[in-house]
Design a binder for this molecule. Structure first.
Ligand SMILES: [Zn+2]
Length: 90
């Protein structure tokens, strides 16, 4: 039997191409929207990093109950473009 987790892409859509970190949990745990209304599902880590990097971004519930709250809380302590500090200094 194939589960959705087994067929999911390696990383969620909220993961920035320059961000080398792996997803934490479901890739559609929460949904981040930018100020134009574009919505992107993501795991908690990458949704939080995206939210922290957006001007006027919002987070909405995804597939995991309570994940949007976790994203909001994590984003509050995450600098914009956090991956620049993760070894991105090249
Ligand atoms: Zn992710």
């Amino acid at each position: 039997m194939t589960t959705p987790e087994n067929t999911a892409p390696a990383r969620c859509r909220a993961a920035h191409p320059d961000d080398p970190t792996a997803c934490t949990g479901a890739g559609d745990a929460a949904v981040v929207a930018d100020r134009t209304g574009t919505r992107v599902p993501g795991c908690v880590l990458h949704a939080a990093r995206m939210l922290a990097s957006l001007d006027g971004g919002t987070v909405h519930p995804g597939s995991v109950h309570g994940a949007a709250t976790d994203v909001h809380r994590l984003a509050a302590s995450t600098p914009p473009f956090a991956w620049w500090q993760d070894g991105g200094a090249q």
